[in-house]
Design a protein around this ligand. Sequence first.
Ligand SMILES: *Cc1c(COP(=O)(O)O)cnc(C)c1O
Length: 372
Amino acid sequence: MKIPVNEPLLDGNEEKYLLECIRSGWVSSEGPFIKEFENKFAKYIGREFGVAVSSGSGALDIAVQALKIGAGDEVIMPTLTIISPAQSVIRAGAKPVLIDSDSKTLNMDVSQIEAKITSKTKAILVAHLYGLPVDMDPILELCKKYKLYLIEDAAEMHGQTYKGKMCGSFGDISIFSFYPNKHITTGEGGMIMVDNPELDKRCRKLRDLAFEPKERRFVHRELGWNYRMTNMQAALGLAQLEKIKDHIIKKRDIGNAYQKNLREIQGFQLPLVKTEYAENIYWVFTLVADTQELCENTMAKLSIEGIGTRPFFWCMHEQPVFKDLGLFIGEKYPVAERLARNGFYIPSGLGLNLENIKYITDSLLIIGASKI
Ligand SMILES: *Cc1c(COP(=O)(O)O)cnc(C)c1O
C-alpha cells in the first residue's frame, strides 16, 4: 500500500525516553514513567486518577468488573462500535442492550435510550465514534434520574471536548486507547480515568491479578487480569503527550483539507464539520456511500491505486459470535446496519502529507463522478 490507512508520528522524545528505559533497566510496569504518564494524562483530561493498562479493551474489562456489573444486569450501549465493550459486558455475565445509530453524527441515537431502561439496567456505556462526541447532557440526566453508572469509551477522543469539557471526564469510569491509530499512541495501551479514590484502588488491583494489598502475596480473594502497561509503553506515551496539541491540529488540518477537496463529491456523505456542542476532531475521515455496492467498489478501486481504507465497525446484533451465543436474535437497527454496510474511512494518520491528500481526493473525485 503506497498510502496506508494509518501511520503514527514519533518525532518527539520517544527515542530519548525509550533509551532511558533500556539504559536504566526499567522496562516493566514498575518503572517510573508509568506514574508520570498516568498523572500527566489525568491532569490533561481533568481527572483525579489515571490507571495505565495494556489496551483500551482491557480498560473496558476492568471498568465493568470494577463497577460490579454481572449476572442479571443490563448495560445500554450502541450496536455500532468496536466489539470490546459488548465483549466485556458479556464476559462479565451481563447483557448488552443495544441502541441504533444517528445517521448524521454516526454516534448512538440518544433519543432511543430512555425507552430501553429497565429495572435491570445498571449502566449506560457511551462510545464517542470517529470524531464527534455523543450528546452527553441527556445521558447525564438519565443516569441521574435512574441512578445508573456511566461508562465512557473515549478511546478515539483524546483532546476532544463536549460543550468545552474534555471527553473522558464524564464517566464514573472513562477509558482511552493508545493504539497507533489514536491521537497519541503507546504502541498498545490504554488508560482508565476515575475521580473516586476507591474506584482508583479497585482498578489498580484488577489490572494486577487482583493481588490483595494486605494479604500474603499470591493469596487472592477475587479474579483479576494482568493488564499492566510497561515502562517502555509509558515512555512513548509521555513523549506523545508532549505533542498532543500538534497532533490534534494536524488531524483537524487533514480533516479540513479533505472537506475542502471533496465538497463536490457525488454519492457520498461527508462527516459533519461540527455539531452544536463540538467541532469534529477527525479521529478518522469517514465517507458513507449511497449504496453498499458503491462503498465496496470504491474501497477496491482505491486499493488498486495504493490507497488504504477500512470499513466501519460491524453491528453487535449482527456478530456471528453473539448469534452463536443466542444473543440479539431478530433485533434490527436499520440506521446502524446501513452505516456498517456503506461506511468506510480513508487515510488520515499523522504521517500523512498534503501531496498524499491531493492524490487520495483526486482518485475519489474520479470514482465519485463515475460512480463506477
Ligand atoms: C480503539 C478502540 C477501542 C479499543 O482499544 P484497544 O486499545 O485497541 O483495545 C475501544 N473503543 C473504541 C471506540 C475504539 O476505537
